[in-house]
Design a protein around this ligand. Structure first.
Ligand SMILES: [Zn+2]
Length: 247
């Protein structure tokens, strides 16, 4: 009996040590993640076209189902967003891991840590604009990352035809619809909204075949007019966050 009690005590101690180590590990990871992103919540000023940002948070280079379109661009600090947008973007990717496992997502340009003019974009100035490169399928119906190199201007130089095809690649419209749906659901949880989604109007009809279209049609505003660049290789999302006046 005594031996068993000693073993039980030893086992309890081992479990306690493991649990404590796990808790400390979790705290350290959380602290590291917070300090990597910037601990203070962001404050946005003005509008996406004329604004700035205080304490922007940087998106991670990659996760299990997503990555930046351009590692060097991120190193050049072109991947900062408002902290609320940061949370929404990452939560949406986590949900997509469940609802569309195996689908690969790529994000494009976002903005500077302190916002302001962000060439060649006209907006992206206060942490609320995010470009997402279109998810694509190859000839075997496999999800692949949109090719990105200097040749295709880091993804922005691709031209898809009016049915959303380019060579052996075709746009995965269901994945776009699911992604925008998850972004909106997550935004709502964080008490923010999506102001608009800019995507080539000629390609938007293909989103209507998605099971998420009914929801998107009701809650998300898609651009109806062609914008200054075609937006066939990416969809631009402007989030709606309460901002301070510009000056
Ligand atoms: Zn954009």
């Amino acid at each position: 009996m005594r031996a068993q009690s000693a073993r039980a005590r030893s086992s309890r101690r081992t479990r306690l040590v493991r649990a404590t180590r796990y808790a400390i590990g979790t705290i350290l990871i959380t602290v590291a993640a917070l300090s990597a992103s910037g601990e203070e919540p962001s404050v946005c000023f003005g509008t996406t076209a004329d604004g700035r940002l205080k304490n922007g948070w940087e998106l991670p280079a990659s996760g299990s189902n997503y990555s930046t379109h351009w590692q060097a661009g991120r190193v050049l600090n072109r991947s900062f967003v408002h902290s609320s947008v940061h949370a929404v973007v990452l939560e949406a990717y986590a949900e997509l891991q469940v609802t569309m496992p195996g689908t690969i997502f790529v994000y494009g340009e976002t903005g500077w840590k302190y916002g302001g003019e962000f060439k060649p974009h006209k907006t992206h100035r206060n942490g609320l604009s995010v470009d997402f490169m279109v998810p694509v399928l190859n000839e075997d119906d496999e999800s692949v990352a949109l090719p990105s190199s200097v040749i295709n201007r880091w993804g922005y130089g691709h031209d898809f035809d009016e049915s959303g095809r380019k060579g052996k690649l075709r746009i995965d419209f269901d994945a776009i619809a699911e992604h925008v749906y998850q972004l909106h659901v997550s935004a709502t949880k964080h008490d923010i909204d999506i102001w608009r989604v800019i995507f080539d109007p000629a390609l938007q009809p293909y989103l209507r075949g998605s099971p998420r279209w009914e929801y998107l049609d009701q809650y998300v505003q898609f651009s109806t007019r062609p914008s200054w660049v075609r937006h066939d290789e990416h969809y631009h999302v402007d989030f709606d966050v309460q901002c301070e006046p510009r000056y």
